[in-house]
Design a protein around this ligand. Structure first.
Ligand SMILES: [Ca+2]
Ligand SMILES: [Ca+2]
Length: 194
């Protein structure tokens, strides 16, 4: 007996008791479930073991393709994905980032979600479908995540070493007479003192 059928001994032979979905003397015949299936007109029936599937034509949905596909009217906005509920034919929108709501028409206020998405105390500004950050002096990047390198333009003169700070820089000058390192503020101070 094939496909999980139960074999029973008989006088001079055997009999198979088949599990659901199979038939024949040795249970090798897959019952054509499409024969009695109720796939709606225009759909294609696929026979399985003790079951069947209906492949729906464009515009139809549901297990039996008997429902109108609500996604046909493009109810999901802003480039959202539309799926059809197989039980009731209603649409389900999967919204892209930045939008929410049943039809994805509502803006997500990223600035009101708790944690500030902008780093280093940058100011979060909500926009339709997105947001942006206004960074404090010295920071840049979409999330103010980068410390601007103010030494990048080589602002220090006479081979002094530039020390990047937040929103500024300091020049470390080697004083020729002592060999000691002085910072730019110290140098300015000395100049002011004469
Ligand atoms: Ca937004
Ligand atoms: Ca800096």
């Amino acid at each position: 007996c094939q496909n999980g059928g139960t074999c029973t001994n008989h006088n001079g032979g055997y009999a198979c008791v088949c599990v659901n979905g199979w038939s024949g003397d040795d249970c090798s015949k897959n019952i054509d479930d499409c024969f009695t299936a109720s796939c709606a007109n225009g759909s294609t029936c696929i026979d399985r073991v003790a079951s069947f599937s209906c492949i729906c034509p464009e515009g139809k949905a549901g297990l039996l393709c008997h429902l109108d596909d609500a996604c046909v009217s493009n109810p999901c906005q802003k480039g959202a994905l539309c799926d059809t509920n197989p039980v009731n034919g209603h649409y389900i929108c999967t919204c892209p980032q930045g939008h929410k709501g049943a039809d994805c028409t509502e803006d997500v206020d990223e600035c009101a979600m708790g944690n500030n998405p902008c780093e280093h105390a940058g100011k979060c500004v909500n926009t339709e479908g997105s947001f942006h950050c206004e960074c404090l002096k010295g920071y840049t990047g979409p999330r103010c995540e980068m410390d601007i390198n103010e030494c990048h333009s080589n602002p220090c003169q006479n081979d002094a070493t530039c020390l990047d700070k937040i929103g500024g820089f300091t020049c470390l000058c080697i004083r020729r007479n002592t060999g000691k390192i002085a910072s730019s503020t110290e140098v300015k101070h000395k100049i002011a003192m004469g």
